[in-house]
Design a protein around this ligand. Structure first.
Ligand SMILES: C[S@@+](CC[C@H](N)C(=O)[O-])C[C@H]1O[C@@H](n2cnc3c(N)ncnc32)[C@H](O)[C@@H]1O
Length: 209
């Protein structure tokens, strides 16, 4: 997004709370690829949409440092559950410390492992799934989770515009290719409806019919 519209949007949206501001800063100071973090605008969007859906069970693929998990948990009621999966076990303690600082730790179950390995053991239905793992694996994630989403439930996939690289059908970037494959696969599905929103790097909203 151009700088001026982004500044205007930020100036006229609720401010980032101090815990998330600190998490964003620490993520940039301490971790490789800090730009993977959702950030304020997308985070606030995730919080609001989670509140609207009012889910009992949420699944997140790709915790990283926990920013998006905190945002979704903020939109959830006591007694509901967010399961967040992360394959990098070095991130778990750091993310947990921020779940505690944000006061949402009782809602969040952290699972360490690859989605592909751990999903089989999860025998519950999800009302909302946030897909934000490896872009080359989105199609695989979708196939593995769609039967675990309740009818009328939602999936949200991040980075579906991938910095505009998806407009180049001949791109050799493996992550862009993964996203292109995912977007095309979604377009062919008959049991869902979907919409791409140009928020940050593109968010795909999917509703299972
Ligand atoms: C873009 S980051 C997630 C950012 C986070 N959702 C946020 O908004 O702050 C992607 C994360 O997914 C993890 N990941 C990649 N492939 C995965 C897989 N197959 N299963 C679980 N986690 C995976 C990576 O280690 C990385 O930390």
């Amino acid at each position: 997004m151009e700088r001026e519209p982004e500044k205007y949007i930020l100036d006229h949206s609720s401010p980032e709370d101090p815990v998330l501001e600190d998490l964003y800063r620490q993520t940039h100071l301490r971790f490789v690829n800090p730009n993977m973090v959702s950030g304020h605008l997308q985070g606030k969007f995730l919080e609001m949409i989670t509140r609207m859906i009012n889910p009992l069970n949420v699944l997140e693929i790709g915790t990283f440092t926990g920013y998006s998990a905190i945002c979704m948990a903020r939109g959830m009621k006591p007694g509901t559950q967010l399961t967040t999966i992360e394959m990098n076990d070095e991130l778990a303690d750091f993310a947990r410390s921020y779940f505690i600082k944000a006061g949402v730790e009782s809602l969040i179950i952290q699972v360490t492992g690859r989605l592909q390995d751990v999903i089989k053991s999860m025998d519950r239905e999800f009302d909302l799934v946030f897909i934000d793992g490896d872009k080359r694996e989105y199609t695989e994630y979708y196939r593995l989770v769609i039967d675990k989403v309740r009818a009328g439930g939602y999936l949200i996939a991040d980075n579906v515009l991938f910095g505009g690289k998806v407009f180049d059908k001949d791109t050799s970037d493996p992550q862009a290719r993964g996203i292109i494959e995912f977007n095309e696969m979604i377009s062919r599905q008959t049991n869902i409806e979907n919409l791409i929103l140009p928020v940050r790097d593109g968010l795909m909203l999917i509703r299972k019919l």
